[in-house]
Write a protein of this length. Structure first.
Length: 307
């Protein structure tokens, strides 16, 4: 069965219950959350997340915790050469993994880090050192760290399979490491995700091992291949296109791997920041039907709310 969902919110009085309800409103059987705001360290006590009630609601709707993904916040940078900043990243990431385990999720997605003009080799060495410490801190917890494939903007590490392999191979206990394959990021990094996904996966398998892929981020791209910009687009509106994304979502080698949509909310205009509504229910429906629906996409593009 296809496992597909989207990023959903964790906020307000309902907390994780609200996340589950939002996912169910999209007809999703998977979802991704942050355990708090991705831009800061403020976190509600785990007791306030209403985990038990949320898990009960999931069971009522055949939604498995195995399909729940947590995303680590952006404020941590394990690649930073400043020891104090890297210590902060190690401590905060450790606490995020502990929160992930208490929720019951099995994996947390991590942007590997940015070398901040120190050079990729130094950045990667710092990431390895940081991950070794984090994994030692959390060795008794059943949580995978899914390193995300990055688009290559700025000084990001993990912009290609070689860099990810270097990180994974350098970590002492890499059994706790997996990979989050982002379709927009790999496309923007220069991989031919659009026209030859099987060739891309063949290279990934040779350098890392495709069994390491534990989650997909499914996003179209606003940019041409190799742009290195990381700008997500709605399914069918970008340079990757529906057919290529549908091939990936329904690929027989990854049937049991959760697919998470991070496509943009519909806005009044392409440049507007005013979000009208999420397109996830419609995008999920198209992937389930394996059929591009121009009428649905036209309504989304025209900013008409679909009932």
């Amino acid at each position: 069965m296809l496992k597909i969902g989207s990023h959903v919110s964790l906020k307000g009085s309902e907390m994780l219950i609200g996340s589950v309800k939002e996912a169910l409103s999209y007809d999703a059987n998977s979802f991704m959350i942050y355990t708090g705001a991705p831009q800061n360290t403020r976190r509600k006590p785990i007791e306030e997340l209403r985990i038990e009630e949320a898990v009960a609601l999931m069971k009522e709707n055949d939604l498995s915790l195995d399909n729940v993904v947590v995303h680590a916040p952006y404020i941590m940078n394990l690649a930073n050469h400043d020891p104090e900043k890297r210590d902060f990243a190690v401590k905060f990431f450790t606490s995020e993994i502990e929160r992930t385990a208490k929720i019951g999720a099995k994996q947390i997605v991590l942007h590997p880090g940015a070398h901040v003009k120190q050079g990729a080799d130094i950045g990667i060495a710092n990431i390895i050192e940081g991950l070794d410490r984090v994994i030692e801190n959390t060795k008794d917890l059943d949580v995978l760290i899914a390193l995300e494939t990055m688009a290559g903007k700025g000084t990001e590490c993990g912009r290609n399979f070689d860099e990810l392999a270097q990180i994974i191979n350098g970590v002492e206990d890499n059994s706790k490491l997996s990979v989050c394959f982002d379709t927009c990021h790999t496309h923007d990094a220069g991989y031919d995700t659009k026209t030859d996904f099987d060739k891309v996966i063949k290279e990934f398998d040779e350098k890392i091992g495709k069994e390491r892929i534990s989650v997909f981020h499914i996003n179209d791209s606003k940019n041409e291949k190799s742009a290195g910009k990381d700008r997500h687009e709605n399914v069918g509106f970008g340079y990757i296109g529906f057919d290529a994304l549908n091939y990936i979502v329904n690929h027989p080698d990854f049937v049991d791997i959760p697919k998470i949509l991070e496509t943009p909310y519909v806005t009044k205009t392409p440049d507007s920041k005013e979000r009208l509504y999420p397109p996830y229910k419609e995008e999920i429906m198209m992937f389930r039907k394996q059929s591009f629906d121009p009428e649905i996409l036209e309504k989304i593009r025209k900013k008409d709310v679909i009932g």
